[in-house]
Design a protein around this ligand. Structure first.
Ligand code: NAD
Length: 296
């Protein structure tokens, strides 16, 4: 693996984390975003991440050094001029991503490998716009990269395996656990498992089969899992959960009652999950963390 210079395009929630994780492991990172205001915000996020990493890894020096490895540009050609790898973390909208890859194709050096962090789209949706389908694939991170360190690596049928391996090696080199997906799959592994699991829990609730605590307790007791579906939903956030179910309801009316339940009983009341202090549980001391939760 010959990667030295990495460009991260889109410096929002995930892009800034990916950029910091990469710089923390010694790479030079060029941060690209649409304008100076977005780049100023990126600098604030990265400074905040410096503190997060210093605390989490108990290494203030290494975190401070990482902050020195960034360059910033809102000019795409400039931002990618030395890139061995570009990781795209721009908004989850197909039109925006297509336009981005069309522009990138015209300015990126021939050597540059392109990787998308998209959560719900697959590389074959964009491969034809990249001008280098063999050097294009997905590299998917999870929120809070420093501790949730999965890196799902997934090509499309036209990706050259050589570049998949290079990206796997790169992921390892920045402290991630690479998970190689052998066949293109919407939702990768994690969301292919998690989304149906969470939907099944919500369907039990919407049908009145049991309350959230009973459903979570059943799962936790019977499998030894640390969290049940409703505790996980609170962490994911109920707005995201609602968006997923509402989209599915368009072609599967059977899940409409779940969408209605989330909207009227939670979202309309400002109960968005852990982030707002209440969802299916109340925070900061949710019942499932009580040592007695699984007793009686
Ligand atoms: P975000 O809205 O926080 O950040 C998006 C960034 O992209 C912003 O800084 C914005 O200014 C910038 N941007 C907008 N248009 C752009 C363009 N044309 N070129 C370059 N930058 C542009 O979004 P996010 O949550 O960081 O998500 C980004 C990507 O990461 C999405 O594909 C999403 O599916 C994926 N992802 C998100 C999460 C998550 O938990 N948020 C987890 C895994 C993957």
């Amino acid at each position: 693996m010959n990667f030295k210079n990495v460009t991260v395009a889109g410096s929002g929630v995930l892009g800034s984390q990916i950029a910091f994780q990469t710089a923390f492991h010694g790479y030079n990172v060029s941060v690209y975003d649409i304008n100076d205001a977005a780049l100023e915000k990126a600098k604030e996020r990265l400074t905040g991440l410096k503190d997060t990493y210093a605390t989490y890894f108990n290494d203030a020096k290494k975190a401070a050094e990482a902050l020195e490895r960034f360059t910033f540009s809102s000019n795409l050609k400039e931002a990618v001029k030395d890139a061995d790898l570009i990781i795209e973390a721009i908004p989850e909208l197909e039109k925006i991503k297509i336009k981005f890859y069309q522009d990138l194709a015209t300015v990126a050096p021939e050597k540059t490998v392109f990787a998308s962090n998209s959560s719900t789209m697959v590389p074959s949706q964009f491969a034809e716009y990249t001008g280098r389908p063999e050097k294009f694939l997905a590299l998917h991170f999870a929120n809070e990269v420093w501790k949730n360190n999965t890196a799902e690596v997934m090509g499309h049928p036209g990706t050259d395996k050589k570049y998949e391996q290079e990206v796997i090696d790169f992921a390892k080199s920045i402290g991630m656990i690479p998970l190689h997906i052998l066949k293109e799959q919407p939702g990768y592994i994690l969301n292919s498992l998690l989304v149906p699991f969470l939907s099944a829990g919500q369907a039990l609730l919407a049908k009145g089969v049991a309350d959230p605590e009973t459903i979570d307790k059943t799962w936790m007791l019977a499998t030894g899992a640390p969290l049940g579906p409703f505790a996980i939903l609170d962490v994911v956030g109920l707005q995201t959960a609602y968006n997923i179910v509402a989209t599915e309801a368009k072609h599967n009316p059977a899940v409409q009652p779940i969408a209605d339940m989330l909207k009227t009983q939670f979202i309309d009341k400002g109960k968005m999950g852990k982030a707002t202090g209440e969802g299916f549980y109340k925070y900061p001391n949710p019942a499932y963390l009580d040592p007695d939760f699984l007793k009686a």
